[in-house]
Ligand binder design. Structure first.
Ligand code: C5P
Length: 230
């Protein structure tokens, strides 16, 4: 059974406030997306790394992808992350990928993912009936805010986890769940699967696996990558 990594990379990264999408910003001598692709491509268990970019993307072809024999690109990004993932899954299925193949959806904007963490996740989930996600237990005290930005309540953090990617599910069930659940409350693959009544497994992720969202995240990511190479 095939195992595919699917990287949605069609976002504009508006929260970053940069002139170019965050996946193409420079990071330790490369771009963010080159680090992400290299990490997934280094996982032996993954048969293909498939990147979903915007049909208007002009930057992908400017990068050198030599040496990435198992890398494919699809120019079918949509106007939300879920739509980009859904379009990518449909293209894989139309290309003949078996319905029960595992797909690990990973944000292009998480360049510090470690290949060992992904390999461990695959080992833990490959016989699971549902699939699962990387996540870390919430460490901070959580406050709910009122309209005036004053504390309305303190939420117990026991049992709360912060979702990361990869999120690993089977091709056809994930596609069907995203199509039937599509809406603003579907912010990751697991939430679509949950809507079908199933409970994905939580696999311990890493605080280093941060998503580059705000300008300061690039600095943190460069420190993490420098540490990984030391
Ligand atoms: O914006 P956010 O940080 O949630 O994006 C997470 C990932 O989803 C990024 O890699 C981004 O490029 C991708 N994305 C996408 N299509 C969109 C929006 C986001 O592929 N329309």
């Amino acid at each position: 059974m095939s195992i595919i990594a699917l990287l949605p990379a069609a976002g504009s990264g508006s929260r970053m406030g940069a002139a170019i999408p965050k996946q193409y910003l420079p990071l330790c001598g490369k771009t963010v997306i080159e680090h992400t692709v290299a990490a997934l491509h280094a996982v032996d268990e993954i048969d293909h790394v498939v990147v979903v970019i915007s049909p208007d993307d002009t930057r992908w072809d400017e990068l050198s992808w030599q040496g990435f024999a198992r890398l494919k690109v699809l120019r079918c990004g949509g106007d939300s992350r879920a739509a980009s993932v859904c379009n990518g899954l449909a293209a894989l299925r139309d290309d003949g990928l078996e319905a029960q193949s595992w797909v690990l959806v990973h944000d292009a904007a998480r360049p510090c993912i470690s290949p060992a963490l992904v390999a461990g996740m695959i080992a833990e989930l490959k016989d699971d009936p549902v699939g699962g996600i990387l996540a870390v237990p919430v460490a901070d005290t959580l406050k709910a805010a009122d309209a005036g930005q004053r504390i309305a309540a303190t939420r117990p953090r026991d049992g709360l986890w912060q979702a990361q990617t990869p999120q690993m599910f089977r091709l056809q069930p994930l596609h069907d769940a995203l199509v039937s659940g599509m809406g603003p409350d579907i912010t990751d693959e697991a939430s679509a699967i949950e809507k079908t009544g199933q409970s994905p497994k939580l696999v311990h992720g890493s605080p280093w696996n941060l998503k580059v969202t705000w300008p300061q995240d690039l600095h943190l990511a460069s420190l993490i990558l420098a540490g990984a190479q030391a």
